[in-house]
Ligand binder design. Sequence first.
Ligand code: PEP
Length: 259
Amino acid sequence: MKRSLFIVGNWKMNTTLQSAKSLAADVVKGLDGKLSGVEVGVCPPAPFLLPVAEALRGSQVVLGAQNASNEKPGAFTGEVAIEMLLDVGCQWVILGHSERRQFFGDTDEIINKKVLAALDRGLKVIFCIGELLDDRQSGRTEAVLEVQLAKGLLNLTAAQMERVVIAYEPVWAIGTGVTASPEQAEETHAYIRKWLTTRFSSSVSDATRIQYGGSVKGDNAKELLAKPNIDGALVGGASLKADQFLAIVRAASEVATIS
Ligand code: PEP
């Protein structure tokens, strides 16, 4: 029995107020209530969380943020607190995305603080990890992921892991149009699951959903999602067009139905 699949759109720093509202509305309309075995979420830019929450109201689509501060509300200019995200209807937050690691100085230590803060204060976490092209080509993928997992999930309990989804996103596949082959992704997901067994337990490992991210599209989603250790997708570019995103959700539904 496959874990329930989780398809999430990461809109990054894209959309306008108007296009964010219509994209959310089009996703809801396109799903038309048919979501068995698949959970769907969208993560708009912070200023559009509230209007998107309104567009999602009454649907099964869940709302997530793309980042959060680990600090409590207070004198932190430019930051967004977990409490504020909860207030506008977020259930999820993406943490450790490679763009945050690469451009905004989010180290494993900072990501770990954010993960712990989010879980303690009521958000669920999509925790992203992934290797650079150079790491993969030199055979260091597992070593790199091991450090990101060990440091990013430091001090988490098995109970907290129930509210964590891991997104494996090879950096070389993000926004490049190059996807990891289903076999490459499956092999790495299996490694992550083995790591979870050693660090936590086989029940945590069995229950934890591991999404794949990196140029997922309607035409490659089914093959990826059919792999036993791939439990969903974190989708960037293709989540900005409702029909492309819905094609991925449809592929997930087909996989869920036959599993
Ligand atoms: C992402 O940024 O999480 C991502 C997977 O992007 P893309 O689908 O565009 O590769």
